[in-house]
Design a protein around this ligand. Structure first.
Ligand code: ADP
Ligand code: MG
Length: 332
């Protein structure tokens, strides 16, 4: 088997906060991403998804752990050395309104990464690369001469994707790329990303808070809670048999995926990552928790082939009728 495109080991990102305390936004995350694979990252707001994506791209330095990308340890690369790596790993933002400069034409927006990473490209070649990329993301070449406000939300997100792809990266980190879009437009953009993965051989780290959206696009899914991966599995396996009570609760909150059962599964907010519960971080919201769940942090254990969960009560989750088969979300 090929070595993975991206290998992340025990990655952590800590922020110092008031009172000399530490906020553990990402707290020991490990995963691999193979070439051409889509790995979904899902969890409620505050679970550390954005921080994970930014650390993986080295937009912010990790506090601990290791990032190996294309066989190269990029964990501690200098700013200069990073620039060479950057063109191979790009970010798509959540908000296609805020992330595109309204005073620049689409051509100017897409020219910036080309000027940085392919400075020898002449003007005409640059223009044709831009036009080609606009067509690749389902827009017209003439879009180059227009301004962001002339486009709909979905079209703007296509422009954001074009900007990320114009230097032909191998890894795309898409952070809530459809969360700001109307539901009807979400599936179109998800479809586009799947199509681009196919045609360009892209690997995608697809981050979203909505497990139904993540299920539409991902080959595998990592579920995050308080900076940790609590479950990771093939999408089908995760949907068929969630092995972590948090995942079970995420499913039950989505009407199409089992919300018909009961929606009381997940009460209250995610605890503060500054002072997480002792032992299992999820135990304060867990329907299966017992006193000894407070003692140790559960480690990720393989429960079936390729399906890992971090839970002290896996047999209870498995026995629950609530965690019975959620239908896979389908596109369109
Ligand atoms: P998500 O994307 O899952 O909503 P984030 O990665 O944005 O989660 O945030 C995870 C935690 O880290 C949150 O508690 C957030 O407040 C905190 N956090 C994120 N960025 C910073 C920062 N620059 N300084 C301090 N805390 C931060
Ligand atoms: Mg986020």
């Amino acid at each position: 088997m090929n070595s993975p495109l991206l290998q992340v080991t025990d990655l952590a990102k800590h922020y110092p906060v008031a009172g000399g305390r530490t906020l553990r936004a990402v707290n020991g995350v490990s995963f691999t991403l193979r070439a051409g694979e889509v790995l979904g990252v899902v969890g409620e707001s505050g679970s550390g998804k954005t921080t994970l994506g930014r650390v993986v791209l080295r937009l912010t330095p990790p506090s601990a752990g290791e990032i190996v990308f294309r066989g190269q340890d990029v964990t501690h690369l200098s700013r200069r050395a990073l620039r060479k790596v950057r063109r191979h790993m790009q970010l798509v933002f959540q908000d296609p309104y805020a992330s595109l400069n309204p005073r620049m034409s689409v051509e100017q927006i897409l020219a910036i990464p080309l000027q940085v990473h392919e400075p020898s490209l002449g003007r005409a070649d640059r223009r044709s690369r831009i036009e080609e990329m606009l067509r690749t993301v389902g827009l017209f070449a003439e879009a180059a001469d227009r301004y962001p406000h002339e486009f709909s939300g979905g079209q703007r997100q296509r422009i954001g994707i074009a900007r990320a792809l114009i230097c032909r990266p191998e890894l795309l980190v898409a952070d809530e790329p459809v969360s700001a879009l109307d539901v009807s437009v979400q599936a179109q953009v998800v479809n586009l990303l799947l199509d681009l993965r196919e045609r360009l051989g892209l690997s995608i780290l697809f981050i979203a808070h909505d497990i139904a959206v993540v299920g539409m696009i991902s080959d595998r899914i990592a579920v995050m809670y308080l900076g940790r991966v609590v479950e990771i599995a093939d999408t089908l396996s995760l949907f068929n048999r969630p092995r972590h009570p948090y995942t079970e609760a995420l499913f039950s909150a989505v009407p199409d995926l089992g919300g018909r059962r009961d929606r009381i599964l997940l009460q209250g907010d995610v605890p503060s990552p500054v002072s997480p519960p002792s032992g299992c971080p999820f135990r304060t919201r867990c329907r299966y928790a017992e006193p000894d769940c407070a003692v140790e942090v559960p480690s990720l254990v393989e429960r079936s082939p390729g399906h890992l969960a971090a839970c002290h009560r896996p047999e209870l989750v498995l026995a629950s009728p609530l965690s019975d088969v959620a239908p896979l979300p389908r596109l369109r």
